[in-house]
Design a protein around this ligand. Structure first.
Ligand SMILES: C[S@@+](CC[C@H](N)C(=O)[O-])C[C@H]1O[C@@H](n2cnc3c(N)ncnc32)[C@H](O)[C@@H]1O
Length: 290
């Protein structure tokens, strides 16, 4: 006998409701503490934003070279997950025709303020990376730094295994019998943060040309980041002090959290014109971020 309950949901409706609830949680997380706010002084004036930029590139010196801001003049750039707009402003400064989106309205507001204070008219919008409001091939460059692993149920580009993962595992996972991956999933930033091995990252780029994957340390791997509210205990403060950074830098590169992945869409006739303009400028940048 088959009983139909009125108002009951099909499995696909339930999966979609769960995914939308999770996305709300991700959005709430980044609205509560927009990414990088820890390094932004309360004033939020031009100087505070510039100080944030300097500390960002001091902690993550690979960013400008990876993004190739300096070769973006006149290119149409889409930044997905622009956060509070540090990199987005660099695209504008480099002369790109840049559009930025983020799920978090508070982040977008802050990013707008940053750009206006710097004398630019930004094109920044609240939008979901999984429902982009743009036609295909609108942009020459799509850049996304530290975002895709936060957006369910798509790709993720934090590396597994990593030093950050190991530290989280020691703090939250080991004594509960959780794997490192599961611990990162549950405890790194917003809910359900995914991690990928290099081979898995490469598989995600199937169909792209000139795929390149670099692995680098996150500030968290080296405990160079300002500890978040969860890591203020005396034990954590001691760990931050005694951490053997020189040794880790020398021997731990395979355990870096960030995978910097670049690749190029296959060239058709239409694409060759573009590629001439984008010379050496990978079409897509995806990476992990702490
Ligand atoms: C770790 S922060 C990185 C922000 C910025 N790219 C940076 O490096 O400072 C992740 C950002 O991704 C955004 N985000 C997460 N899921 C998203 C989605 N589905 N669509 C758009 N943005 C998303 C969050 O709101 C947050 O601002």
């Amino acid at each position: 006998m088959c009983v139909l309950l009125s108002g009951s949901k099909s499995p696909s409706q339930m999966a979609s409701a769960q995914s939308s609830q999770l996305k709300d949680e991700v959005q709430d997380f980044w609205n509560a503490e927009p990414c990088g706010s820890r390094y932004l002084e309360a004033a939020e004036d031009f100087e505070a934003f510039e100080a944030h930029l300097r500390s960002r590139y001091a902690l993550e010196p690979h960013i400008p070279q990876f993004a190739k801001f300096s070769s973006a003049r006149d290119l149409r750039v889409l930044e997905i997950g622009a956060g509070i707009g540090a990199d987005y402003l660099e695209w504008l400064r480099a002369g790109a025709d840049a559009t930025g989106i983020d799920l978090s309205a508070i982040s977008i507001e802050r990013a707008k303020r940053r750009c206006v204070l710097a004398g630019y008219e930004p094109d920044l919008r609240v939008a979901d990376a999984e429902r982009l409001p743009f036609a295909a091939d609108t942009f020459d460059v799509v850049y996304s730094y530290g975002v895709m692993h936060h957006t369910p149920p798509r790709i993720m580009l934090y590396h597994h295994p990593s030093l950050t993962g190991m530290m989280l595992w020691l703090r939250y996972g080991a004594w509960r019998g959780k794997s490192m991956r599961r611990t990162v999933f549950d405890h790194l930033e917003s809910p359900e943060t995914k991690t990928y091995t290099k081979a898995e990252g490469r598989a995600l780029m199937q169909g792209f040309e000139s795929v390149d994957i670099q692995q680098v340390f996150s500030p968290g791997d080296l405990l160079l980041n300002a500890p978040s509210a969860r890591f203020q205990s005396a034990v954590c403060r001691l760990a931050w002090k005694l951490y053997p950074r020189t040794l880790v830098r020398k021997f731990g590169r395979r355990w870096g959290l960030f995978l910097l992945i670049s690749g190029r869409k296959p060239r058709g006739d239409e694409m060759s014109r573009l590629n001439a303009r984008c010379q050496g400028h990978p079409q897509i940048y995806l990476n992990g971020h702490n």
